[in-house]
Ligand binder design. Structure first.
Ligand SMILES: Cc1cc2nc3c(=O)[nH]c(=O)nc-3n(C[C@H](O)[C@H](O)[C@H](O)COP(=O)(O)OP(=O)(O)OC[C@H]3O[C@@H](n4cnc5c(N)ncnc54)[C@H](O)[C@@H]3O)c2cc1C
Length: 593
């Protein structure tokens, strides 16, 4: 059963985020240490006692559809309502609309709990959050007044409708179309959307769909798209619910994992046309979507962290319980739990180290989002914005790729019991597999990193990050701890490689194919180095921490990361700078030979 890793969450928040700095600047003053602890402890009760016990049920009793109405997994509604009643949906949102205005990075620690406890159910508030941001950032005052308070409280849920059969990664190919209605200040939207998460359910009275559609009369391509609000039930001026809108779920997908999350095919406007309200300007829909991408992608990266944690806890419990064989070199003949075997320890250590590194990187990125919004100094805000841009694809892609890998190791630790469904280890593996796909596939994250975040500013944001990592390394130059030394030495060495590889790519940047061929490897390389930086920060914080056991653990994990994980980066360096030539000359028909 899932147990919130409270000490780790608190430790990570204080070791890698800038919460303290923001408090001292008079920002985020509500997030005192006492408040943070109280918030996390209260959330943990709901996550452990209400959400987590429903995780297997969501997998085995998935939502159903009848008469264009979806019924969610039994029990999900009560768990969701308890979440709303506790005010959890409002935690980080604008106080002007009933939010609690707490920092984003604290919200991440809380969100990690929901995601670990029940990934499928946690998708509902995650999508609502994206809708809130879209309306908050780009909606008119009237739209904010009508929708935000109920979305922020969680009384209504939100969805994001981008994908169509011919328009997945390529959103410029969207065909759904919205036509301005002569009768009023609205559009009639028609078309079909696929893969819509929580596209319908009975957990809330209303669902506010955010829909990307072509605006009738505008040109083809990105500049012809608009972002629309399409409520399931129309909302009257006084906030009460009106008529049922012409938007319906028409089928549910059968999926590899996250069975508890209804993934809907949605039909818009099959009858009179769905009533849709344009957000901001026509033609700017995609641009608006992109302004929300950082937060959404970091949130999906956090799902990866949450899955790593859950798979680790499951595997650890099994490894302590399962007795097999004898400890190597022990002549007593006493059988031991498999946790005593060195290979099982290696697997657990790898899971624990990656979970710590990805969590720290996600919280660090979340904290930079807070700085980007709240810091009184404009330069500090700008620097944070560049850092968020750089880290976002890493958090999304690295954490989610690792979630699949760690869940697979979790299955391995269970042996045959991992492959059969009974233990639950297989569910994490199946659930994890969607994470590298949605919210922009990880291949697209890598392209985003290299083309937009590295090449476009000629590496300026990356080189500034390297300077910051080097400064942290300087701080531990005299530290004699064996583990810190291991990490320091390897990190310093590999940082030089990162600089060389980046400079080389900047020179090669005209060769688009070469850059594209290396993008995923470059992302992995940079992520592992960023993870090393986070492990260093966690280990450095140990000197100020009262809990000696936890402090020692952080140092030891840092040493393991430095000596057993970071050296893999060297392989990427070689492949990026010389290993792609055979690939570059390949034509598509090569694969038919
Ligand atoms: C369970 C689930 C839930 C989802 N929830 C939602 C939701 O709520 N709302 C929503 O709108 N969508 C949702 N999606 C859709 C999801 O975001 C898309 O599946 C994803 O964006 C990829 O699009 P695609 O499936 O069409 O793959 P494709 O775009 O066809 O990609 C296939 C492969 O080609 C690669 N590829 C494509 N283009 C390029 C390129 N230019 N360069 C390099 N590689 C490329 C991709 O990386 C991928 O490996 C969901 C999907 C699933 C499965």
């Amino acid at each position: 059963m899932y147990k919130v890793p409270m000490k780790d969450l608190l430790y990570t928040l204080s070791a890698v985020t800038r919460l303290k700095e923001m408090q001292s600047l008079g920002k985020a003053e509500m997030a005192s240490d006492d408040v943070i602890t109280a918030v996390l402890e209260e959330a943990a009760k709901l996550a452990e006692n209400s959400w987590a016990p429903l995780n297997t049920k969501g997998d085995r009793v998935p939502p159903t559809i009848k008469d264009k109405t979806v019924s969610e997994t039994p029990g999900f509604k009560d768990a969701y309502q308890a979440y709303v009643a506790g005010g959890w949906n409002a935690l980080t949102h604008d106080e002007a609309y009933g939010g609690q205005g707490l920092p984003w990075c604290l919200g991440m620690a809380v969100n990690e709990m929901w995601q670990s406890a029940n990934l499928s159910l946690s998708l509902c508030p995650l999508l609502t959050q994206a809708g809130i941001e879209a309306i908050h950032s780009h909606g008119s005052q009237a739209q904010k007044d009508l929708y935000l308070a109920k979305l922020i409280s969680g009384e209504w849920a939100g969805t994001m409708n981008l994908t169509e059969p011919q328009a997945g990664t390529d959103l410029a190919a969207i065909r759904s179309v919205a036509t301005k209605d002569q009768a009023g200040d609205f559009y009639r939207l028609r078309g079909q959307k696929i893969y819509i998460t929580f596209g319908d359910h009975q957990m809330t009275d209303n669902i506010i769909h955010l829909v990307l559609a072509r605006v009738d009369g505008l040109p083809e391509g990105n500049d012809g798209l608009g972002l629309f609000i399409v409520p399931k039930f129309l909302v009257n001026a006084d906030g009460s619910l009106g008529a049922r809108n012409d938007v319906y779920p028409i089928s549910l997908e059968h999926k590899l994992g996250i069975h508890g999350s209804p993934t809907c095919v949605m039909a818009y406007g099959d009858q009179e046309g769905a009533i849709a309200y344009l957000i901001g300007e026509a033609g700017k829909g995609l641009k608006y979507m992109f302004t929300m991408m950082n937060n959404a992608r970091i949130s999906v990266g956090l799902q990866g962290v949450a899955l790593c944690e859950r798979a680790y806890q499951h595997a650890l419990a099994y490894a302590k319980d399962r007795v097999q064989g004898f400890k190597a070199g022990d002549p007593s003949g006493k059988r031991v739990a498999i946790i005593e075997h060195m290979d099982v320890k290696r697997m657990l250590m790898t899971m624990k180290a990656y979970t710590a590194a990805t969590r720290a990187l996600a919280y660090y990125a979340g904290s930079e989002i807070d700085v980007m919004h709240l810091h009184p100094d404009e330069e500090a805000r700008k620097k944070a914005a560049v850092r968020v841009d750089l880290l976002t694809p890493l958090v999304k892609a690295w954490s989610t790729d690792l979630a699949v890998e760690m869940a697979s190791i979790g299955v391995q630790i269970h042996g045959g019991m991992g492959f059969v469904e009974e233990t639950g280890a297989a569910q994490y593996y199946r659930d994890a597999r969607i994470l590298p796909i949605y919210e922009g596939t990880n291949g697209i994250q890598a392209n985003d990193l290299l083309f937009r975040k590295i090449l476009r500013d000629k590496g300026a944001g990356l080189f500034a990050y390297i300077v910051d990592i080097a400064a942290d390394l300087d701080k531990v130059a005299e530290n004699t701890n064996r583990d810190i030394d291991l990490l320091r030495r390897y990190l310093r060495h590999i940082l030089l490689d990162l600089k060389n590889v980046t400079e080389w790519l900047l020179v090669e940047s005209k060769n688009i194919d070469r850059v594209a061929a290396t993008a995923v490897l470059y992302l992995k390389m940079l992520s592992m180095i960023a993870g090393g930086h986070m492990m260093l920060k966690l280990a450095m914080h140990a000197d100020q921490h009262d809990d000696a056991v936890l402090a020692a653990e952080k140092r030891q994990l840092a040493g393991y990361y430095g000596a057993a994980i970071l050296p893999q980066v060297k392989g990427y360096v070689h492949i990026i700078m010389g290993g792609q030539d055979s690939l570059l000359s390949v034509h598509a028909d090569f694969f038919d030979a």
